[in-house]
Design a protein around this ligand. Structure first.
Ligand code: F3S
Length: 639
């Protein structure tokens, strides 16, 4: 039986396990990327493993998220990351060089390789035929150290493309159509593989717009084959030698399939507040627009911005609209400048922003109160723009440019002129803002915002743990470790950020936890739902949290708890939660043995004669991590 593309890359990188749906496998990682919001922690974690140099083929540290905060914290983080990259053998992409995913595609991505990034849109590089996945910073740090990445064997969903896009319909409309069909949960546990004759009509940047927003489907990754389009892109980037052809076997088998005829698609738009709330643009034509934002890792390639400049050339942005443009990279910006298109954009009244994430991460350009903002980005969750009551719509650059001209949501098919963007034979290549790996003796620069990483203690055999907090259902990672402009700059300073743990629920939590030295939290169902925020495990661990006993856990947070040495336990009888209260002390004995056997075990409550029964559901690997005191310690022992 033939292999699909996913199976080919997974099997050529397999370290352990076998490729049966759901089985945990371990794969070798060829490349890693980090960005500044997650990178400081990843490099502190790498440093804590006492390794001298990264072991991957290439690791890149990008600065693209927080380039505009006031205060010294950002600058401290950037200086730390620059010196850490030099010392540990990683490339460093300086602030202003571009958004990590766009620059990675241009300068580093290679077909057939694996990429692990501490950013959820890492699958952007799937447009190059790479198996690219997002993960927590600690997983990326382990991969930088040569450790394997563990994942459940994904299902593979084939999207079979036929036909060709019509004028004014773009790659963004393809992924919006898939989101409309599959919803934001449709990709969970799956890799989405694109195939069919329609594939060859799409350039690599167009393919990457599609794989980028596979993250919004909840997919593990998305991937295109590597073909003539891939070769054309790599040659135009001066990297023709990185090309290898790659495709699924003709008799490959897939778990699921959907089919899309590209010629039937129309311009689409995602309405507030979810990327799958998709309708044809033409249905919203009476909606007034106050802001248009073009950019982000989804839609800020050279082709995207050239189309925008052609639409705006010789015209004026509507007086009621603020149009902001962030080119995806310095390469894109310099090409627009050298061919005169930048002048066309500026003459139209567009405002030029840095080549960074900018408004996508809420760094400036929040819309007016109750405003409508049309963005070429990938997410439109309530409040993400920084304006709680704004309505954010997601659309292609062509739709966004049309809206900027008319002041209303506008189907670009109503515009008179057409656009014609030639794929460049040669991109403008200048890697002077990518610093190569430096001297292993480079001193690490540590301003006051860079604090040593706390390491969990190995799991004790016997624990007396006071219940420090009793919580209900659906506690989010944001409840545990709030974010926001005051807290985010402290991301590389765990003692400082830990002061905010559970701040919204109990403002005195941090001081109470420190006074107890070791503690346990008891909670209802779905503990730790929401983002993959590692600090929601790391900061409580720093405060002495050793065990969370809940009715159930959210999957990623449970993995983060284990990674940071906190034992997740569940009740055998859920009702036992009712009899536990803050202040009680739970006694656990023979714990090291208990987590290495599958049977439930007993916990004594306040020395009462009736213990409660709990279970752990740990794999052998997870038990080993906990015994060592977390993934960092266990990696130090094994790498
Ligand atoms: Fe940056 Fe937004 Fe992409 S924050 S990495 S441009 S999703």
């Amino acid at each position: 039986m033939g292999k699909n593309l996913t199976q080919k890359i997974l099997s050529s990188h397999l370290v352990s396990g076998d490729l049966n749906n759901g089985n945990e496998i371990a794969i070798r990682i060829d490349q890693t990327l980090t960005q500044d919001a997650t990178g400081t922690m990843a490099y502190l974690q790498f440093e804590a493993m006492n390794l001298s140099r990264v072991q991957t083929e290439c690791s890149v540290s990008y600065i693209d998220h927080n380039t505009l905060q006031s205060g010294f914290e950002n600058a401290d983080d950037h200086a730390f990351l620059q010196s850490a990259a030099a010392r540990f053998g990683a490339y460093f992409s300086r602030p202003g060089n571009g958004i990590c995913h766009q620059v990675h595609l241009e300068r580093f991505a290679k077909p057939g390789k694996t990429l692990l990034g501490s950013d959820s849109h890492t699958p952007t590089a799937g447009g190059m035929g790479m198996l690219a996945m997002g993960a927590g910073g600690l997983d990326v740090a382990v991969a930088m150290g040569g450790g394997a990445f563990y994942l459940p064997t994904p299902k593979v969903l084939r999207v079979w493309l036929t036909g060709q896009l019509s004028q004014w319909v773009s790659a963004k409309d393809i992924i919006l159509e898939i989101l409309r069909t599959l919803t934001v949960k449709g990709g969970v546990g799956k890799i989405i593989e694109y195939a069919g004759p329609g594939v060859q009509t799409l350039t690599v940047p167009e393919r990457s717009t599609i794989t980028n927003m596979g993250a919004e489907l909840g997919a593990t990754s998305s991937i295109f084959p590597s073909d003539e389009q891939t070769q054309r892109f790599l040659e135009a980037q001066g990297r023709g030698e990185d090309y290898v052809p790659l495709a699924a076997d003709s008799d490959a088998v897939y778990d699921e399939e959907i089919k899309i005829d590209l010629s039937l698609l129309v311009p689409l738009i995602a309405q507030p507040h979810s990327p799958d709330n998709v309708v044809p643009v033409s249905e919203l034509s009476s909606t007034a627009v106050q802001q248009v934002a073009i950019g982000s890792c989804t839609n800020s390639s050279y082709q995207d911005l050239m189309r925008v400049s052609q639409i705006l050339k010789g015209k004026r942005v509507h007086p009621n609209v603020s149009l902001v443009i962030s080119p995806g990279s310095r390469q894109v910006l310099s090409m627009l400048a050298s061919n005169g298109s930048l002048t066309d954009l500026l003459d139209s009244g567009a405002r030029l922003l840095e080549s960074t994430c900018g408004p996508c991460i809420g760094m400036g350009q929040s819309p007016v109160s109750k405003g409508v903002s049309v963005r070429t980005f990938n997410r439109n969750f309530l409040g993400r723009s920084g304006t709680q009551d704004a309505s954010v719509f997601l659309a292609s650059p062509e739709v966004a440019a049309a809206c900027a001209l008319t002041g209303f949501i506008t189907d670009p098919r109503t515009l008179e002129q057409s656009t014609m963007v030639e794929f460049p034979k040669q991109f403008r290549i200048d890697d002077s803002m990518i610093l190569p790996p430096g001297d292993p003796d480079t001193p690490i620069r540590r301003g006051p915002n860079i604090q040593p990483l706390p390491i969990a203690p190995a799991l004790n055999d016997s624990l007396d743990l006071p219940v420090i907090l009793k919580l209900g259902n659906n506690i989010t990672t944001d409840d545990i470790m709030p974010a926001g402009s005051k807290i985010l700059p402290l991301r590389s300073n765990i003692p400082a950020i830990a002061e905010f743990v559970f701040h919204k629920i109990d403002p005195d939590f941090a001081s109470k936890a420190k006074a107890q030295k070791q503690s346990i939290i008891v909670a209802g169902h779905n503990y730790g739902q929401g983002s993959s925020r590692e600090h929601a495990a790391l900061a409580p661990m720093y405060l002495g949290l050793r065990v969370v006993l809940a009715q159930s856990f959210a999957r990623i947070h449970r993995a983060n708890l284990i990674n940071f040495g906190i034992l997740p336990l569940t009740f055998v009888d859920e009702k036992d939660l009712d009899c536990l209260n803050p202040g009680m002390v739970l006694h656990i004995t023979d714990l090291r043995q208990a987590i290495q056997t599958p049977e439930p075990f007993a916990i004594t409550v306040d020395n009462a004669s009736n213990p409660i029964m709990v279970k752990h559901d740990l794999t052998e690997r997870q038990a080993k991590i906990l015994l060592a005191g977390g993934l960092l310690n266990s990696t130090k022992q094994s790498v």
